[in-house]
Ligand binder design. Structure first.
Ligand code: MSP
Length: 526
């Protein structure tokens, strides 16, 4: 089964555009797999424990559970609004998750993977970790990125991370497709050196942090937030679950999962801690995850942050411009793995040009002409009609578009896949201009040519609606319905070939699917 997870979002705030991007990108990748006919399981959710949540709750004078649950609702609501079709929802305060974390800790302890020791050193409150001299900057100081740094002496539980360093080195060397983009895999390999020397502190004394999962063998401690959070990928897939639980069958779900995460949490959390944890639990190499590491959305070149006050709110965008505009922009204006700048004008102009003008217009006017010019709204090109060069060009372009789309989608390059589709849409518009069906309709003698022209565009639109459906599921279902081809929604990728629409074919009356965003005249960038 194709098992895809996103990072689980901290509930010490509201979802911003970065969270929304990752979830929408993941939703698109899963829907693409479904289009291929693959069985899928999509897990997303929220990370509710940890110091940040505890501190934010304290500031508001409420219990962290109340605080986390209040914010969790905002995430869930937004994901519903933007059309995420997930199968599993992870909340780290869920008893089933806590039970799984407990079982894993017990197992690792019994197998001698955990030990207790005392450590004195500098601790970053923001990053919730002890720092070493390697974390100092050139001036020998702990930089601003660590926030408040305090000196602490503390007994804690440790995981023998270093035991797994050699294995990880070998594994990455023989598994070049573990991390996308591959430049990130090299970054991980370069960072492995540190792993040979350090073990991972996996506990926090309750007196300092009570908002976490208690260690099953030492009630004075809770689990380090990352150790708890990473396990969500296992617990909500049914790992070590009770037989009567409502969780999925782990052995069916977990083949080679795909974890979609941001670039900030690859090293060390996922590529080192998580891989070592899985190895310690006895996972075989062929069951190790793959990572799709995406870049960041910035605002005017700057990192988005609450303190700068430049956070972009996806809910506001979806409310104002619609979910299609948001999903399309987040898929179109960033190259997976790279950063991108969120530019409000581009957001509007991409929607106006590629969806409203190019695709929306093509669909609307082609259907309108079919309704007006073809008897009974029915296309019926004579079977012996001879195609001309323009028709052949359009058919060849459509076949090439599908090929490119597959090549890009298979390698997570969604923006380029959308670019390939837009190119064909533009070609269809030029094809209409060249054939002038509105002029053909004036003379009955041109009826075969008229039908053939409209058919070529309608067939193209059926392909496009199917290929675009992972990105714009609702809009594409509407396009198919208006084309009179709603039953094609179940078509799998391999079957999207010329001839989806069989003539005679009756279409429905169109209604604009992507109405232009109305802006004051002088503010419309398109
Ligand atoms: N809770 C941890 C993840 C635990 S996964 C076992 C966490 N949460 S987070 O809320 O800070 O981030 C959630 C995801 O959003 C991460 O993958 C992170 O990289 C991503 N993003 C946060 N800001 C982002 C942007 N500005 N742009 C794109 N993605 C960003 O880390």
């Amino acid at each position: 089964m194709y098992y895809l997870t996103t990072a689980i979002d901290y509930t010490n705030g509201s979802p911003h555009i970065g969270h929304a991007y990752e979830k929408i990108l993941s939703d698109i990748l899963v829907r693409y797999q479904k289009l291929k006919g693959t069985e899928t399981f999509f897990l997303t959710g929220v990370d509710q424990h940890g110091q940040k949540v505890q501190q934010s709750a304290e500031k508001e004078g409420i219990h962290p559970a109340t605080y986390a649950s209040k914010n969790t609702k905002k995430f869930k609501k937004l994901w519903e609004q933007v059309g995420l079709d997930y199968d599993g929802w992870a909340e780290t305060t869920d008893d089933k998750h806590k039970a799984c974390v407990g079982k894993i800790l017990t197992k690792l302890k019994e197998e001698g993977q955990l030990y207790k020791k005392s450590h004195q050193g500098f601790y970053s409150v923001r990053q919730e970790q002890f720092l070493t001299d390697r974390d100092r900057n050139e001036q020998g100081e702990f930089g601003a990125e660590w926030g408040e740094v305090v000196e602490l002496s503390e007994e804690n539980w440790y995981f023998k991370l270093s035991d797994h360093a050699q294995w990880l080195q070998g594994f990455l060397a023989k598994t070049p497709d573990c991390i996308y983009p591959s430049s990130r895999q090299q970054e991980v390999i370069n960072s492995l050196e540190k792993m040979h020397e350090t073990d991972l502190c996996i506990s926090r004394p309750k007196e300092r942090l009570f908002w976490g999962i208690e260690l099953p063998f030492d009630a004075e401690y809770v689990t380090y937030v990352w150790f708890d959070a990473l396990i969500n990928y296992l617990s909500f897939a049914g790992y070590l679950a009770e037989p009567d639980s409502d969780l999925p069958d782990f052995n069916q779900v977990w083949e080679r999962p795909v974890h979609v995460i941001g670039k900030d949490i690859l090293v060390p959390a996922h590529a080192i801690y998580w891989m070592a944890m899985l190895h310690a639990l006895g996972f075989e190499d062929e069951h190790m995850p793959q990572f799709v590491v995406h870049g960041f959305w910035n605002a005017k070149g700057e990192k988005m942050s609450k303190s700068i006050g430049n956070i972009i709110d996806p809910k506001e965008l979806a409310d104002t411009y619609g979910v299609d505009a948001l999903r399309y922009y987040l898929a179109r204006d960033i190259h997976t793995g790279k950063d991108s700048d969120f530019i409000p004008d581009r957001f509007v102009s991409i929607f106006q040009t590629e969806l409203a003008n190019d695709l929306g217009n093509l669909c609307n006017r082609t259907l309108n002409m079919t309704v007006r010019f073809c008897e009974d709204k029915t296309l019926n090109t004579p079977s012996d009609y001879t195609l001309v060069e323009l028709d052949q060009q359009l058919q060849a372009s459509l076949a090439k578009t599908k090929e490119e789309y597959i090549k890009y989608m298979d390698t997570y390059q969604v923006a380029l896949a959308l670019g390939a589709i837009n190119k064909h849409v533009k070609l269809c518009n030029s094809y209409a201009e060249a054939n002038q069906p509105w002029a053909l309709a004036k003379d009955k003698a041109n009826t075969p040519q008229l039908h053939n022209c409209l058919y070529h565009i309608i067939e193209s639109l059926a392909h496009i609606a199917l290929l675009l459906s992972p990105v714009l599921p609702e809009a594409c279902a509407k396009i198919l319905q208006q084309l009179g081809a709603a039953e094609l929604a179940q078509t799998t990728l391999a079957d999207i070939n010329w001839g989806l629409i069989q003539q005679p074919h009756t279409v429905n009356k169109p209604k604009p699917i992507f109405p232009r965003i109305q802006l004051p005249e002088n503010e419309d960038p398109a």
